[in-house]
Design a protein around this ligand. Structure first.
Ligand code: FAD
Length: 399
């Protein structure tokens, strides 16, 4: 059993080498904007900024490009399936972000060639996690712009014949999509290199130089980089980093184990969301996952983890019983108590921004997050309603 994300396995040697070491950029001593963390949130932030900002930008990572959660997820852009408990403005963000992917990935868009496998696969939720009666929920979702259908049990079996008959209702979002997260990282990184953005890998930030609340520089190994503005896009590690900057945030890792089977002969019509997520790639492999384990930054794949994912998947699609597994992998989702990220200027700082904590929706929300931070840096103040994503919401739980 190989323990490696399916997304890395799909790339050529040259592509993998590029993600490990993208070009010949050397660590600058100073830069206008330093983005720490080259997951999809960091890359989209740099990319959106580059479209309108002529100063110098550097993106720094302790590992290769998108070797964190952004390279170890299951590639769902299920914007129609955000939790009804989240604020409307946040749920609208998800729809906007999915459509941004759509326009960047289709002809003429910067992610169109060689492509990021963007497919309007739809998504079908069958775990009953919607409020009240499904037809009414579906109507109200459609009215707010989330085109959806309420499927009865009879409709479910027509719609996805592979689905177990034990499910009685389903919430279907036709416009939801899937994509290849690492091809996206690769396309963004290549574009950034062409546009003179420094991409520095295998360089962990270990310390900060702060003077009167102003972050002057970061230290990595024996080197120091000063910057006018710093953006922390370090995923789950942003919690620990924030405390070193003097602000305590409840932001940490949630382990997720995922699996891929060998190619199956059947064809699923859509992606299923229940006790786990099940989707099929165009070559027939099934991807499922992931677990949600609150066990700290543990990257170990376990027999129990992959058995649980396969069992959950087979309860939804019985044809997956005993399906041979090709590989398994582990990612660490950045988690906050309300399941939403922090997208904010650092409390008490004039030049440090934070965009982390997207939990189960980080690859989906990366483009719109990058746009929000880029707009803020260019305009000098937030141009969107980001109140619900403030760092301060964790400083005063009663607020
Ligand atoms: C199994 C699984 C399935 C998932 N499925 C989906 C899905 O279908 N759809 C979806 O939208 N989301 C999904 N997610 C969640 C998604 O992967 C994350 O929310 C998202 O990747 C977070 O992106 P990020 O850029 O914030 O963090 P990351 O991708 O983790 O990037 C953070 C980067 O910061 C770097 N870093 C950390 N510390 C330092 C340091 N000290 N110095 C320098 N660099 C540092 C890391 O090396 C890393 O590259 C899934 C996650 C898992 C684990």
């Amino acid at each position: 059993m190989k323990v490696e994300s399916i997304w890395f396995h799909d790339l050529s040697l040259e592509e993998r080498q590029f993600l490990e070491s993208p070009g010949d950029a050397v660590l600058p001593r100073t830069t206008d904007v330093l983005i720490i963390g080259a997951g999809l949130v960091g890359l989209f932030t740099a990319w959106c900024l580059r479209q309108r900002f002529e100063g110098s930008i550097c993106v720094l990572d302790s590992h290769g490009i998108s070797h964190g959660a952004s390279g170890h997820n299951t590639g769902g852009l299920f914007a129609g399936q955000t939790s009804h408990t989240h604020p409307q403005v946040f749920r609208d963000w998800a729809l906007e972000s999915r459509e941004l992917y759509g326009s960047l990935a289709t002809s003429g868009g910067p992610l169109a060639d060689p492509g990021i496998d963007f497919v309007r696969s739809g998504s079908l939720r069958i775990d009953g996690k919607w409020p009240g009666r499904l037809p009414e929920y579906s109507d109200s979702e459609t009215q707010r712009g989330n085109k959806s259908e309420a499927l009865s049990q009879a409709a479910l079996s027509d719609f996805e014949p592979l689905l177990s008959s034990r499910f009685s209702e389903g919430f279907y979002c036709n416009d939801d999509a899937t994509f290849h997260p690492l091809r996206t990282a690769l396309a963004l990184a290549r574009d950034l290199r062409r546009d003179d953005v420094s991409l520095i890998t295998h360089t962990p930030v270990s310390d900060f130089t702060i003077s009167s609340g102003h972050l002057e520089a970061i230290n990595c190994g024996g080197s120091t980089v000063s910057a006018g503005t710093f953006v922390l896009t370090t995923g789950w590690a942003a919690g620990e980093m924030s405390s070193r900057l003097g602000f305590s945030l409840p932001l940490g890792p949630v382990k997720g184990q995922a699996i891929a089977t060998t190619p199956r002969e059947f064809t699923m019509r859509t992606c299923l969301l229940g006790a786990t997520m099940v989707r099929q790639l165009k070559d027939g492999r099934i991807v499922a996952g992931g677990t949600q384990e609150f066990v700290g930054p543990d990257l170990q794949a376990t027999d129990d983890g992959r058995r649980q994912v396969l069992r959950d998947a087979a309860e939804m699609v019985p044809d997956l019983n005993d399906a041979p597994l090709d590989r398994t992998w582990v990612g660490l989702r950045p988690h906050t108590p309300d399941g939403m990220p922090v997208v904010d200027r650092f409390p008490g700082s004039d030049n440090v921004f934070l965009a982390a904590g997207h939990f189960t929706k980080g690859v989906l929300l990366a483009p719109v997050t990058g746009q929000a931070i880029a707009d803020w840096l260019i305009a000098g103040s937030a141009t969107r309603d980001l109140q619900h994503l403030s760092a301060a919401r964790f400083a005063n739980p009663a607020a």
